[in-house]
Design a protein. Structure first.
Ligand code: MN
Length: 452
């Protein structure tokens, strides 16, 4: 059997083979318990497969892409070249391939909709209810007809009713506003349990059709099929598809939910969706992600943004060596390592970094003797190499993200650049202390380690 991935279950086979899937056969409660167990598995470096979830016959997969390792595995990359692979996908789009024949995702078609049959978890202790949060939301621009794939948190509010959280700067919001101006509902579908290449593609902020990124990542077109109740193409191999519409003219309170900022979102009026049909495989798998989990942060704030960050920083200076968006900082912090920057150059690179993504509001530039992937070293540089009266600049009144606690409701926030590199005139006077590595185990076993 090859390691070919063309749907969620073939990826699960690979996860099992690599020892990256935690199999949970004990029945768990979808309200609060599943989310907590999912986080524990994720912190253990694994995806979680819940064979039995109370109240539903459908099993649940969580944190499929909750580490750099699993994301790399999903697209046949290594941890080291993952950024290059993700960037290359935007330059070589591969359009989807519509199929006519029977599609696995439509083996069963239910028009008597009851979302209560699905094991939708209420993840975090203060979430406002069950959330469908790992489904890929697919809609078409009512003007151009092109498809858009994205993530939208969907709060289950009734048998066929969902809250649809539409943030500013999102293509889906533009589509809905265009439909609403005509007094029309906007049809959309939610594909739950898809080829992980599609999950990664949906995380891109891309002006084209994200199906084309999925095709580029997979190296072949994504097979798609027309939905049963609307003119939207859905992934043929999805586990479950919800066929829905956002209702024109309606708004209702939505939230709170554990968000990528590590805080709960507020409760705000948001559009409302109606589910018109559920299609699925004969034995479907539901997919979910815990709010503020590694998976949420990696897909939502880090891996698809890093390539552009690196690119822009390197354009600003050839002395840039690393550019990293640590998932623990929710995509707000960029860490840049530079090789002996010239006077003023770190700050110039900082300005480039702020332009890599609207959410980035803090940029720290360090020397290459500081490991940007190790927070301990970054804090050491911040504590010893910054002359705060001149190495930090604050830029007030810039556009960020409205979910950041320091931003106003329109997303306006102050941003900062911190040059934590040693000033050129101090490089000769201060050098970092580095002890040679030793093989302690060998030494304790009585062997004199070989000099390194
Ligand atoms: Mn888009």
């Amino acid at each position: 059997m090859t390691d070919r991935i063309d749907d969620l279950r073939s990826f699960m086979v690979l996860l099992r083979k690599k020892g990256l899937l935690c199999e949970i056969t004990t029945s768990v409660d979808p309200v609060h318990e599943l989310g907590a167990v999912l986080r524990a598995c994720e912190q253990d470096g694994k995806a979680a497969y819940f064979h039995r979830v109370a109240g539903s016959s459908v099993p649940v997969l969580g944190s499929a892409l909750g580490s750099h390792e699993r994301i790399a595995l999903a697209v046949g990359a290594s941890r080291e070249n993952l950024g290059e692979v993700l960037e290359a996908a935007t330059r070589a789009p591969v359009p989807p391939r519509p199929i006519d024949g029977p599609a696995p995702c439509q083996e069963i078609v239910e028009t008597e909709v009851d979302l209560g049959t699905l094991p939708v978890p209420t993840h975090a202790p203060k979430d406002g209810g069950p959330y469908i949060n790992a489904g890929v939301v697919i809609a078409r621009d009512p003007v151009s007809g092109r498809h858009n794939l994205s993530y939208v948190r969907l709060q289950v509010k009734g048998r066929d009713r969902i809250g649809v959280n539409l943030n500013t700067w999102r293509h889906l919001l533009e589509f809905f506003e265009a439909a609403e101006r005509q007094g029309q509902n906007l049809p959309f579908c939610v594909a739950i349990g898809v080829d992980p290449a599609l999950m990664i593609a949906a995380a891109y902020r891309y002006d084209g059709d994200e199906y084309e990124i999925a095709g580029a990542l997979r190296g072949e077109p994504t097979p798609v099929v027309r939905a049963k109740t609307c003119d939207v193409l859905v992934p043929a191999t999805a586990e479950i598809v919800l066929e829905c519409e956002i209702i024109s003219g309606e708004r209702e309170a939505e939230g709170p939910m554990a968000e990528y900022t590590g805080h709960y979102s507020g409760v705000h009026p948001q559009p409302v969706g109606r589910v018109k049909a559920i299609t699925h495989r004969r034995d479907p798998i539901f997919q979910t992600t815990a709010g503020a989990s590694f998976e949420h942060l990696l897909l939502g704030t880090a891996v698809t943004r890093e390539p552009k960050l690196k690119h822009l920083c390197r354009q600003a200076s050839p002395r840039v060596r690393e550019a990293y968006l640590p998932p623990f900082a929710s995509g707000f912090l960029a860490l840049i390592a530079m090789q002996e920057p010239r006077p003023g150059e770190a700050r110039t690179v900082g300005l480039a970094a702020l332009n890599a993504h609207v959410n980035i509001n803090t940029v720290v530039i360090v020397d290459t003797d500081v490991d940007v992937f190790n927070p301990t070293e970054v804090f050491w540089a911040l504590s010893t190499r910054v002359r705060w009266e001149r190495d930090q600049v604050v830029i007030p009144g810039t556009l960020g993200n409205e979910l950041h606690p320091a931003a106003d409701r329109t997303g306006v926030i102050a941003k900062t650049i911190i040059d934590a590199t040693l000033a050129p005139e101090l490089r000769g006077a201060y050098s970092k202390i580095v002890y040679p590595k030793v093989d302690l185990a060998a030494l304790l076993a009585g062997q004199r380690p070989k000099g390194e």
